[in-house]
Design a protein around this ligand. Structure first.
Ligand code: ADP
Ligand code: ASP
Ligand code: MG
Length: 421
């Protein structure tokens, strides 16, 4: 039985006709090695952002179902165009929408979860010798509507297909050479990590390393999919995400991650009675808003009221406010928000056995003049919410303090150089 591979190309890698043709050559080369090839494509360049902007020109609160109908078109364009390019190279390619590819999701429009993959049509295409191209980031819900999987969702499409067809590897081709010790757009001497454990990659993706969507990493771990994240501009080996038992070195800190898309919501005048925090968070969960850090300040005196602060993705702020409006009024709480927060995190499995990491993080940020507004930790991560504009300074300071740069540092001649800030 020949090997099977899923190759996923991100937006930058298919941004224009030249790049689509280049990706087509790479796909065909794989097929010519005798592999069965399934390809997942993202929308070209900034297409998804443009489609979102179009919707916002029309409506301040676009219907999520219609949003999905709109956003799903971006990846379909890429697939059809890539199929044409592959056909021109003398190979047969068929393009499929997420729905045609059998990706069944729940009904949470704009951030649907994959429930099942019915890959018969893909298998049939492969059996007929075709290269099968699947539009990333989308599926069809159990109510037969088009859904999308959240920003960066094509990674999850790729991993889910790899699991469904039992592929040997899921290759994620992107605009950087792999997973780095920090976003190479911010830290120019970040180190490419040859391997990273699922445990660490989950924490990295969850804390902002958008190079792999969080759900794709979760899915890969749950289904035993091997992810190889690599550059679409050269042939070099990238980063392989592996089980914990495979990682040899266990450095104290593996990476510094960040996010600039955070909003902090503060509820003041929160009644100091049992059950209030539960009601607030249930209202947010029912609206499908992910709450990240939560801090409650105890009332200053008995009988007075408390403050409750938490962070949510900035994109969810309007939804969060709407979800809180009714209980805020009922309980006499005031809702305030700061939209320009950021978060910086250090991630490393070695932290489990080494005390003092938190002290170092806080000291480094303090010395850089950065005020820490909220803190949260896991056994292998320390995250600090900081003012959004100070995120790059914070990331560079922590990356330097933990001495994370190294020999695999990005080279200026790499194509990525054109994006570096
Ligand atoms: P694609 O369109 O290929 O899916 P993304 O923009 O989603 O690409 O992800 C790649 C980007 O992720 C890189 O350009 C880089 O700026 C960013 N990134 C953030 N953190 C990291 C990290 N630790 N390692 C590599 N890239 C990172
Ligand atoms: N095109 C979608 C986005 O920009 C999905 C993806 O690229 O993975 O988020
Ligand atoms: Mg992506």
């Amino acid at each position: 039985m020949p090997g099977t591979v899923v190759m996923k190309f991100g937006g930058t890698s298919v941004a224009d006709a030249e790049r689509i043709k280049r990706a087509a050559q790479r796909i065909v080369a794989k097929r010519e090695q005798g592999m069965r090839v399934v390809v997942v494509l993202s929308a070209r360049g900034k297409t998804t952002d443009e489609l979102i902007a179009w919707a916002q020109e029309i409506s301040s609160s676009p219907d999520p179902r219609e949003m999905d109908m709109l956003l799903s078109t971006g990846e379909r364009q890429s697939c059809a165009l890539a199929a044409m390019a592959i056909n021109d190279l003398g190979h047969r390619a068929i393009s499929l929408t997420g729905s045609q590819a059998g990706i069944v999701t729940d009904t949470s429009h704009t951030k649907a979860r994959i429930l099942e993959v019915r890959a018969d049509r893909i298998r049939q295409g492969l059996d007929e010798g075709a290269i099968v191209l699947v539009a990333g980031f989308q599926g069809v819900s159990t109510s037969h509507d088009v859904t999308t999987l959240g920003r960066g969702g094509s990674d999850t499409t790729a991993v889910a297909l790899a699991a469904a067809i039992d592929a040997d590897e899921c290759e994620i081709y992107t605009d950087v050479a792999g997973v780095f010790s920090a976003d190479p757009r911010i830290v120019s001497d970040a180190r490419k990590l040859p391997v990273v454990s699922f445990e660490e990659m989950l924490e990295m993706s969850a804390s902002g390393a958008g190079v792999l969507q969080l759900r794709s990493v979760e899915y890969a771990r749950n289904h035993g999919v091997r992810i190889h994240c690599r550059s679409s501009f050269d042939d070099a080996t990238g980063t392989v995400v592996v089980g914990e038992e495979v990682t040899v070195e266990n450095p104290l800190i593996t990476a510094v991650t960040h996010s600039t898309g955070e909003a902090r919501v503060t509820l003041t005048g929160v009644p100091d009675t049992p059950g209030v925090a539960g009601r607030v968070t249930t209202a947010l969960a029912d609206a499908n808003v992910n709450v990240d850090m939560i801090v409650q300040n105890e009332p200053v005196s008995e009988g007075s009221r408390a403050d409750l602060s938490f962070t949510v993705p900035r994109d969810d702020l309007l939804t969060a406010r709407a979800a809180l409006a009714a209980i805020a009024e009922e309980l006499g709480m005031t809702v305030r928000a700061n939209e320009s927060m950021g978060k910086v995190s250090v991630v490393g499995a070695g932290m489990k056995t080494h005390p003092g990491v938190a002290a170092k993080v806080f000291t480094v940020l303090g010395e850089a003049g950065i005020n820490i507004e909220m803190i949260s930790t896991s056994p292998i991560r320390i995250s600090c919410v900081v003012p959004g504009e100070q995120v790059p300074t914070a990331v560079r300071a922590l990356h330097a303090a933990f001495e994370l740069s190294g020999p695999d540092t990005i080279r200026p001649e790499q194509p990525f150089g054109e994006f570096a800030s």
